[in-house]
Write a protein that binds this ligand. Sequence first.
Ligand code: Z5A
Ligand code: MG
Length: 250
Amino acid sequence: MGREVQEAMDGDERKRTGEATKRVSRESESRARKPSMARASARGAFVLFEGVDRCGKSTQASRLVTTLRARGVDAELWRYPDRTTAMGKMIDAYLMSKAEMTDGAIHLLFAANRWEKKELMERKLRDGVTLVCDRYSYSGVAFTAAKNVPGLDMEWCRAPEIGLPKPDTLLYMELSLDEAAKRGGFGQERYETTDIQRAVKQNFDAMKEDWWDVIDASRDMDAIHNEVVDIAMRAVDACKVGAPLRYFER
Ligand code: Z5A
Ligand code: MG
């Protein structure tokens, strides 16, 4: 084959693959620009528990996963902070007062701990796994804003959450601080003080939106569990028929 012919063919090939690459990158760019317009197909649900300390999030999240699995739903328990990753270990050391960090830095680290698991979260949901999550972005905003640091207001705290998947359903476990206190004293971690907890509750109240399911967490565990299962199953069913995954927006 002559050199010119080969070069011409190479040129054509480059043009073809170049065009194909451009087309793919245009398509993926447009998908990336419109994350909330993700294709509708069956997927797992993102079920989130939030609420003040000792309201029963971990208890209910773990019971829910057991019940969902017994009903044939592929479900996993997730929690934030995820203390198993390198970032999570730094967060753990901070919470246990074994390491110091500025308030802005630790806030961004909590958010980064969610960002480092974003792709895994999306993949699991896409693969049909329902994720039951114990705390997420709302705790991030409620706790840092509770510190009342100039400049670190709720709007600033919310910014790094933009672009992360938004839960399909949010079970807000409502419990007064007096009721919570009856469930045992504070532990040893940094934010376990009455003043912080009071401000955290106010911040959760300020963030409440219509779509949240507010659960009376002062009832007995079984009554709460029954209500939680009904709500979670509705989300599981909606996601099975293609409810699109939403993302935090500006
Ligand atoms: N944090 C942050 O600053 N920024 C972020 O972005 C994120 C978190 C994600 C992590 O704590 C800390 O990180 C947290 C927020 C901050 N700081 N604080 N404080 P964690 O989530 O690891 O904390 P925890 O040790 O799991 O505690 P908790 O979440 O506060 O508790 P809970 O999970 O809501 O409650 P529980 O462990 O299920 O139950 C507490 C007790 O009450 C236990 O003895 C139960 O048996 C009992 N219980 C539960 N339900 C009932 C009912 N219905 N009746 C009676 N007794 C009950
Ligand atoms: Mg917990």
